[in-house]
Ligand binder design. Sequence first.
Ligand code: NAD
Length: 450
Amino acid sequence: MATKKKSASKSKRPAAGKVELAKGKLGVMVVGLGAVATTMIAGVEAVRQGLAKPVGSLTQMGTIRLGKRTDNKSPLIKNFVPLADLNDIVFTGWDIFKDNVYESAVHAAVLDKETLAKLKPALEKIKPMPAVFDQYYVKRLNGTHVKKGKTKRDLANQVIADIQAFKKKVDRVVMIWCGSTEIFLLPTEVHQSIKAFEKGLDNNDIGIAPSQIYAYAALSEGVPFANGAPNLTVDVPAMIELSKKNAAPICGKDFKTGQTFMKTVLAPAFKARMIGVSGWFSTNILGNRDGEVLDDPESFKTKEESKLGSLEYIFQPELYPDLYKDIYHKIRINYYPPRGDDKEAWDNIDIFGWLGYPMQIKVNFLCRDSILAAPIALDLVLFLDLAKRTPELRSIGIQEWLSFYLKSPQTREGLYPEHDLFIQSMKLKNTLRHIMGADLITHLGLEYYD
Ligand SMILES: NC(=O)c1ccc[n+]([C@@H]2O[C@H](COP(=O)([O-])OP(=O)(O)OC[C@H]3O[C@@H](n4cnc5c(N)ncnc54)[C@H](O)[C@@H]3O)[C@@H](O)[C@H]2O)c1
């Protein structure tokens, strides 16, 4: 059923206004030009050249129903909301290695050599700027193409200068973290306010990771920031404050691609049918650079935390103790070089039904990690740019409606995240309807039987 929108008069939210059109070039600054980033950039170029379709991208292939089911009105999302056209995207980025995007894509070995050869002229033009890097935060990498600075403030200023230079070449800018998973960090004093954070930049506070230096630079420049890794990055009060202050939307954390994608489809189905779960064992083997980084226990811990949360939130054991109180949930990630980017994930799920009788489900997902992640990265970039052009969204900080794409969705303090993929999908589409002044859809549907 389609419902009339409620008035926002009592809310502190800015009044709904017209979404600005996507005029001119959209500059996309990618931190970390590795497997995911190069697969996204090469993919966009392949689509532009008509070599392939943007499969997996909701912004490019998805439709949105408007009005009643009997209205037969389902335009493409990209024709309903004003998104940047793929032909208007200009990529740049940073990496700790000097390889250009073509070389890095060859190294990542996600796309075949014939496809990459056709894209080579466009890809080799994109050369990484020197990165902000410190091996303390990513133990398994040793960067050679890095910025030098006495303080973290110096480094942040250098990234700001990179952004300002790029702004001269394009009309709007968005930043996305496709860099490695950093060690597990908890928020400390330095993350509590912009003031404390800036003091920490001057004092080289150990709590400030490189990803936060990029994020600080982006948000200071009013540039939206998406976090594709499970790193703490913008999930701290100082960054949320800066995001709101400078109307620079943020979202994170961690692209929801393979195993967690499956989990957030299956778990809601069990819960919807009141099927119990006693154990969920998830194991992964992968052999790309991400796998190598995650082989370090401190980076693995960051990933593990990100992957663990979804079941707890979906099953709500406090509401359903008989069904979900004692789940044994285990996650393993093993670096196994022969597989490269072709990750294999196994899930063994021990469930129980009527009168407690046990059953098992096995899921064996032979996926291609970056093939799944690339369209997500693209959609996040396009939707953050849309958020920046939307009066009602640009100054609210966290864009929870983008949870759909994320393993560990960032939410306002005290608000539990929605992990169920179908709730997330509804939330995303209703947000698009809302900002465009269309009726929301609740799926009640009684009016068809009046
Ligand atoms: N591939 C997936 O399905 C998937 C899913 C969810 C999350 N992720 C996350 O996305 C990120 C990228 O994954 P990937 O497979 O492309 O890994 P990757 O190792 O191929 O690429 C990461 C790149 O980031 C660079 N880098 C590291 N630290 C940097 C810094 N401080 N500044 C600039 N560059 C830096 C590395 O040199 C590397 O080129 C990882 O954190 C990963 O955990 C990936």
